[in-house]
Design a protein around this ligand. Structure first.
Ligand code: NAD
Ligand code: UDP
Length: 332
């Protein structure tokens, strides 16, 4: 019996594959490599010394997805595959709804066809709205729509999974709401490789440190926070990957939303200072306008993950920055 990892060649998926293989799970990776490189698969195999089947399949092609289930005995699915660029989702809403929502419906159809009823889904802290107050709890009321189409796909998919679990006995869906995953594998072989200009803070700082960008724009310095810059709950991608193993072990039925974050927030300036420590020098930055849609503070109440899954983040901001820099240096 194997775990199907959709999007297993991506940033979070690849780290999760390593943890699964090291823990003795058999895996099958499904990815169309629209936002990843096939070489990542070679690196996962090199790091773990283990082999596994890879299906270069688009989730939107139902017969191909069914074939993966027909050819492998899949006991559960970890579903990472999706498009994730917030700005692009505003420009291309149809592509985002189609890829993320239709892709998930196709996957769920194949799971039902083959009697596989366990799924762990990559949701996001973006489902919490501007009206929620940090630290966010899973019981907080959610808005009907997020501030961008990408976020709304996560809300829609969470609802689909909840409805499915109510409609049919035996389904279990763990909706993992990730806060801000950063960092990389210690080996420097796996990490985040954004195409084009990075949207996210740590990948942008990495490129400044590597000399690929001139300076960091600090989006907003007049927020109602101690140093005026926004606060986020950053967590190490390896801690996040380990959270997926705990979610697989979870035996509860029905749909369960669970935050994965450290519960501790850091400001943009604190992250920049930690990265400077990691790379050993001052990095150029400038104050810039607020970025539309940003909220002052996003931070997890991480107590449910500890209570239900026995999971808590172990790695701190210094390790996140050191590992991000190590990956950047190794892959310039
Ligand atoms: P990623 O882009 O690195 O990985 C996603 C993978 O899915 C890629 O390898 C891509 O090729 C694949 N994929 C996309 N559409 C596909 C399709 N139709 N068929 C087959 N494969 C497809 O992204 P990531 O950062 O690893 O994120 C993984 C998941 O976690 C995504 O669902 C994302 O929305 C969610 N998430 C990410 C973050 C973050 O900050 N990285 C935060 C919250 C939630
Ligand atoms: N940020 C920034 N400069 C950048 C990218 C991000 O100042 O080049 C800020 C952004 O405004 C936010 C924080 O860093 O306050 C984290 O941004 P990111 O996009 O990584 O995460 P998100 O806001 O989606 O949680």
């Amino acid at each position: 019996m194997a775990i199907l990892v959709t999007g297993g060649a991506g940033y979070i998926g690849s780290h999760t594959c390593v943890e699964l293989l090291n823990a003795g799970y058999e895996i099958v990776v499904l990815d169309n490599f629209s936002n990843s490189e096939p070489d990542v698969i070679r690196r996962i195999k090199e790091l773990t010394g283990k082999d596994f089947p890879v299906a270069a399949v688009n989730l939107l092609h139902a017969p191909d997805v069914s074939r993966v289930f027909a050819e492998n005995e899949i006991e559960a699915v970890i579903h990472f595959a999706g498009l994730k660029a917030v700005g692009e989702s505003v420009a291309k809403p149809l592509e985002y709804y189609h890829n993320n929502v239709t892709g998930t419906l196709t996957l769920l159809g194949a799971m039902r066809e083959f009697g596989c009823k366990r799924i762990v889904f990559s949701s996001s802290a973006t489902v919490y709205g501007a009206d929620n107050k940090a630290p966010f709890k899973e019981t907080d009321p959610l808005p009907a729509a997020a501030s961008n189409p990408y976020g709304t796909t996560k809300l829609v998919i969470e609802n689909i999974l909840r409805d499915l679990c109510v409609s049919e006995e035996g389904w279990s869906a763990v909706l993992l709401r990730y806060f801000n995953p950063v960092g990389a594998h210690k080996s420097g072989l796996l990490g985040e490789r954004p195409k084009g200009v990075p949207n996210n803070l740590v990948p942008f700082i990495s490129q400044v440190a590597a000399g690929r960008r001139e300076y960091l724009n600090i989006f907003g310095s007049d927020y109602d926070t101690p140093d005026g810059t926004c606060i986020r709950d950053y967590l190490h991608v390896v801690d996040l990957a380990k959270g997926h193993l705990k979610a697989l072990e979870y035996k509860g039925a029905g749909a369960e939303a669970i935050n994965l974050g450290t519960g501790r927030g850091y400001s943009v300036l604190e992250v920049l200072a930690a990265y400077e420590k990691a790379c050993g020098r001052k990095l150029p930055s400038r104050q810039a306008e607020r970025r539309p849609g940003d909220i002052a503070e996003s931070c997890a109440d991480a107590s449910k993950a500890l209570k239900l899954l026995g999971w808590r983040a172990e790695l701190g901001l210094d390790e996140m920055c050191a590992d991000a820099w190590n990956y950047e240096k190794n892959n310039i």
